[in-house]
Ligand binder design. Structure first.
Ligand SMILES: [Fe+2]
Length: 281
């Protein structure tokens, strides 16, 4: 049996993620002092050196590493590799001062400028979109408790087969991607469907590492969000569903207890209630 996603490949998904990332990311660090660049580069290299000494890495292993690193680039998987195995620590350091909501990693599949759906609406989806319908009510407030009217809640997530629009073929451009704006009381209501757990692409370089190391490639089901309001820090988060077998061993190490939803069965689907507290910038 074939599905709409048969042509989903690591190379296609990776090329898409790499293309999106090739923008002006270097501009944000153009004034970094050489001392900091030197310290970061030197300490990363020293960690590599000590791993080689500790494990007596052979020339065959060193050459395999070179070949593998080349294939990560050829498969367009640098965004995937870094977001799965490195970003969670960057996120932890960047947000440790916050008093408001916990966030987590962005991952490689965010696309800005999703269609605006107001304070109460559905994400764009196909007619008869597969998956349990989900109605999400929430509120955005500041750390002092005041409601944030006009806050933006951007939502993107995988479909019930575990695929993202714009990264897997045969899905409408903005499928399951929407941008919502809170009302005068800071409230929003979003209608979507429950996403499925998914494996990160396994047919490219990252998949080769996973297979060679005997790891698994699963991420638990999650909703991705970015929540923003003037004068406040941007919150990037993912929300998870209780009972998912990969909540405890997410390959991207991105699950936190504060990000767990509590879905309640309602007629025609499930209801969730999850609100956000933003830190003033
Ligand atoms: Fe995701």
């Amino acid at each position: 049996m074939t599905t709409a996603h048969d042509e989903a490949t690591a190379a296609a998904s990776g090329a898409s993620a790499t293309e999106r990332f090739k923008s002006d990311k270097l501009l944000g660090v153009e004034n970094t002092p050489p001392e900091r660049v030197s310290a970061l580069a030197r300490e990363v290299l020293e960690a590599v050196h000590s791993t080689i000494r500790k494990h007596k890495v052979t020339y065959d292993e060193y050459n395999a590493l070179k070949a593998w690193l080349i294939s990560v680039g050829e498969d367009g998987e640098w965004p995937l590799f870094l977001d799965v195995w490195v970003e969670h620590v960057v996120e932890e350091v960047a947000t440790e001062h916050r008093e408001g909501n916990k966030g987590t990693i962005e991952g490689p599949y965010y696309v800005p400028d999703a269609p605006e759906q107001g304070s109460n609406g559905a994400v764009p989806m196909r007619e008869n979109e597969p998956g349990t319908p989900l109605t999400w009510n929430g509120k955005v407030t500041s750390t002092d408790g005041s409601a944030l009217a006009g806050a933006k809640v951007e939502l993107w997530h995988a479909d019930a087969d575990g695929f993202y629009s714009q990264f897997a073929p045969n899905l409408p451009e903005w499928n399951l991607r929407g941008s919502f704006t809170t009302d005068a009381e800071g409230n929003f209501e979003i209608r979507t469907v429950r996403p499925a757990p998914y494996q990160i692409p396994t047919d490219g370089a990252c998949g080769k590492l996973i297979a060679a190391a005997g790891w698994h490639a699963w991420r638990p089901a999650h909703l991705h969000v970015k929540v923003s309001a003037p004068g406040h820090e941007l919150l990037t988060a993912q929300l998870y569903f209780p009972g998912d077998e990969h909540n405890d061993d997410d390959i991207a190490s991105a699950v936190k207890p504060e990000l767990m939803l509590d879905p309640k069965p309602v007629s025609g689907g499930e209801a969730i209630d999850y609100s956000f507290v933003l830190d003033p910038a």
